[in-house]
Design a protein around this ligand. Structure first.
Ligand SMILES: Nc1nc2c(ncn2[C@@H]2O[C@H](COP(=O)(O)OP(=O)(O)O[C@H]3O[C@H](CO)[C@@H](O)[C@H](O)[C@@H]3O)[C@@H](O)[C@H]2O)c(=O)[nH]1
Length: 242
């Protein structure tokens, strides 16, 4: 019986979805996968469904009606996983920017070494990013520094999207209260775990930019993060995290 599931959010990932599913199952035969798709028009959900008979009982898909952002997709995925009895719930991109081989390192950090949240971190020592344009590195690294300054969280990679959460963390966070839609969602989740005193560790990983398909990064996602973080910190003065 497995205790771990990897959530992979997808929007138009037809070129990546089959290889990433196979790469995850190749790491650990016990991992399950939940793909959360926002009605991708490129056939991503149909490709997942076609693979379900090959990976019976361990590959699941949550089909959502329309594109509502990374945050909403993950919240729906977390709720799905919490309704089952998974103890370790992962976030991972579909596009191989996160190396599936690192899944086991994050898993062990939680299961063996006792972390509540294990972050696959690009910025523990310097910048471990391959093939990103300089503008994107500056944006991401700058965002992490900015968030660290505003929130005072002792985390280097606050926007990381490669994370293992212990079930208890997701149960403690009021998921309905998580408002951000884009990558700021990643910051809000970590802030909530940090405020509640959960043990958060950063496992150094190398992030490699996608070679297939397109990033969904947009100006709206950036401004949500810039202004949203200040708002989140301000509201935290009046909020109880117990
Ligand atoms: N279901 C769904 N999935 C989405 C949506 N937007 C993005 N995704 C999926 O979420 C994953 C990450 O999206 P990308 O658009 O590839 O992200 P990125 O630009 O490479 O951004 C990376 O860096 C961010 C900032 O550091 C991270 O916050 C982010 O998680 C990711 O690792 C991919 O699997 C993509 O298909 C959405 O609205 N809905």
């Amino acid at each position: 019986m497995t205790d771990a599931i990897v959530i992979i959010p997808t929007y138009n990932e037809i070129e990546n979805i089959e290889p990433i599913i196979k790469a995850v199952f190749a790491q650990d035969e016990w991992f399950h996968i939940l793909v959360v798709d926002d009605n991708s028009p490129d056939g991503t959900p149909q490709r997942v469904e076609a693979l379900q008979s090959e990976f019976k009982g361990k590959l699941f898909i949550l089909n959502r009606k329309k594109k509502q952002g990374l945050g909403r997709a993950y919240i729906a995925g977390f709720e799905w996983c919490l309704a089952k009895d998974y103890a370790y719930i992962f976030e991972m991109d579909a596009d191989f920017s996160h190396n599936p081989k690192d899944l086991v390192r994050l898993y062990k950090a939680c299961k063996v070494d006792g972390a509540d949240v294990a972050i696959g971190s690009r910025y523990v020592k310097g910048v471990n990013v391959v093939n990103w344009p300089m503008s994107r590195i500056i944006l991401s690294y700058g965002a992490s520094k900015y968030v660290r300054f505003i929130t005072r969280m002792n985390i280097h990679d606050t926007t990381a999207g490669f994370v293992c959460y212990k079930r208890e963390v997701l149960e403690a966070i009021n998921l309905k209260s998580i408002k951000f839609l884009g990558y700021a969602f990643q910051i809000e989740m970590k802030f909530n775990a940090y405020k509640r005193g959960f043990k958060i560790v950063e496992i150094p990983v190398i992030f490699t930019d996608r070679t297939r398909g397109k990033s969904k990064m947009s100006g709206g996602i950036i401004s949500e993060a810039i202004f949203g973080v200040i708002n989140m910190k301000w509201k935290s003065f009046f909020k109880s995290y117990s």
